[in-house]
Design a protein around this ligand. Structure first.
Ligand code: ZN
Length: 442
């Protein structure tokens, strides 16, 4: 066995070499050996590369027409996918600009996406109600994989809102991103020479703000009969700006009408209602139920409800009242109709904003009696209940949101009395004084 003999000889030479080495060199050799051992256990460069599977390849200008353009990467979706192991090979991203007469269903058809996918998205949109009406000029981005499966959809709703849907474990999860922007106060004042409406317009108040002012003081002051030439008005308005641009979202915070006899005032509380300087409510209090009587609740608020068929968690964000089609539906508080329309899943629906804090929603209606932008008082008949959209039978689905998060409408702490509660009095006084200070009244 020449190999073994040769190896033995080599080993002997090596050992004698080591034995003859000075002590310092011997230790250096040991350290070198340990280092080599560690390096040999590190993953090689090629193995590291193996983990980078995702690669985005865009088709070579297959998209014709001016409405299509190569979209920017859909970053949030990319991040979402980064956590899972989806192969991005063959994925295409497209950007659509909505034109007059476009609908999501015909855009989906054009892209070869199935109606079932759209159905899924509409279900996921039930908690936002934003997919109903497309507006010309609106941008939609789609991320579609090699098998023509929709991985993500992202659309700009308005100045402040962007809605995304991302495919995860064979269903779509939705995300509404709202830019809070910046709320800045503007102060307006003027004196009455003729009609309040014209004088208020002259100083720069909008029609909506003027309506809000007269609605706030409606029960205390008659703008047609009680105003005299020379009376003055002082108004503090909060306006929303996003990237320096006014979004046309505004709130009248405080109003003072000074006549030669007395001053009438209205201050907006955080609860969306107006109170006078002493904390007396200027309008009616909220009501608990949007319908008369005490109808049976067929399905309560349940953020962890399992879908009866798919067994997936599909939150029930509202309270279902078992009422027949045609039952009268009232708004539970003063407010402004933020949206009203039709949604494939929610049917005819109304969203009412009660100040910045509260919002209420009414779904599956048979008839709608209000329109977007309309200011309404508590108890106003707004609709009749029904069975429209994807509904399992006639009922009213009612939602209550606090700062855009759904809460249990049957349990929420509502300002149910006319006067500001003792608990909130101190905060109200502080707010009132800060408004007055801004209006240079203190
Ligand atoms: Zn419901």
């Amino acid at each position: 066995m020449p190999f073994l003999i040769r190896f033995k000889a080599l080993l002997t030479v090596f050992i004698s070499f080591i034995n003859n080495l000075p002590r310092k060199h011997f230790f250096a050799l040991i350290i070198l050996f340990v280092c080599l051992l560690v390096i040999s256990f590190l993953p090689s460069q090629s193995e590291q590369n193996k983990n980078i599977k995702r690669q985005l390849t865009l088709p070579i200008q297959t998209l014709s027409e001016g409405e299509y353009s190569k979209a920017e990467p859909i970053d949030t979706e990319r991040e979402q996918y980064g956590k899972s192991s989806i192969d991005f090979t063959g994925t295409r991203e497209i950007q659509l600009i909505i034109k007059e007469g476009d609908s999501l269903s015909n855009l989906f058809q054009k892209e070869g996406l199935s109606a079932a996918v759209l159905h899924e998205l509409q279900e996921a949109d039930k908690s936002h109600l934003r997919l109903g009406n497309l507006v010309p000029g609106q941008e939609i981005k789609l991320l579609i994989d090699a098998d023509n499966k929709l991985l993500a959809l992202k659309m700009k709703i308005d100045f402040a809102n962007t809605l995304s849907f991302v495919l995860k474990d064979s269903s779509y999860i939705s995300l509404l991103e709202t830019e809070k922007g910046e709320w800045r106060n503007s102060y307006y004042q003027g004196s009455v020479t003729g009609s309040f409406y014209i004088n208020a317009k002259q100083v720069g108040l909008s029609a909506g703000q003027i309506q809000q002012i007269s609605s706030a003081l409606q029960e205390k002051f008659d703008f047609n009969r009680q105003l005299r030439a020379g009376d003055t008005f002082h108004v503090l308005v909060s306006k929303q700006y996003i990237n320096g641009q006014y979004t046309y979202d505004s709130e009248v915070l405080a109003v003072l009408i000074k006549t030669n006899r007395q001053t009438y005032s209205a201050f907006l509380s955080e609860d969306g209602r107006y109170y006078d300087a002493d904390g007396q409510g200027l309008g009616k209090a909220y009501r608990r139920l949007p319908v008369d009587g005490r109808p049976r609740i067929s399905s309560g608020f349940n953020p962890r409800r399992l879908h009866p068929v798919t067994k997936r968690v599909r939150p029930h964000n509202g309270t279902d009242f078992a009422v027949g089609t045609g039952t009268k539906v009232y708004t539970i508080g003063d407010g402004i109709v933020q949206r009203a329309g039709y949604h494939p899943a929610a049917g005819n629906y109304i969203v009412i904003k009660h100040g910045r804090k509260y919002t209420t929603r009414y779904l599956h209606l048979s008839k709608i009696y209000v329109r977007k932008g309309q200011r309404i008082k508590m108890g106003r008949l707004i609709a009749k209940s029904g069975n429209t959209g994807r509904s399992t039978g006639p009922h009213l689905h009612y939602e209550f949101h606090i700062y855009n998060k759904p809460v249990n409408a049957m349990r929420v702490n509502l300002p149910l009395s006319k006067e500001i509660s003792k608990k909130h009095k101190k905060a109200f006084n502080k707010r009132r004084d800060s408004f007055l200070k801004e209006m240079a009244e203190i």
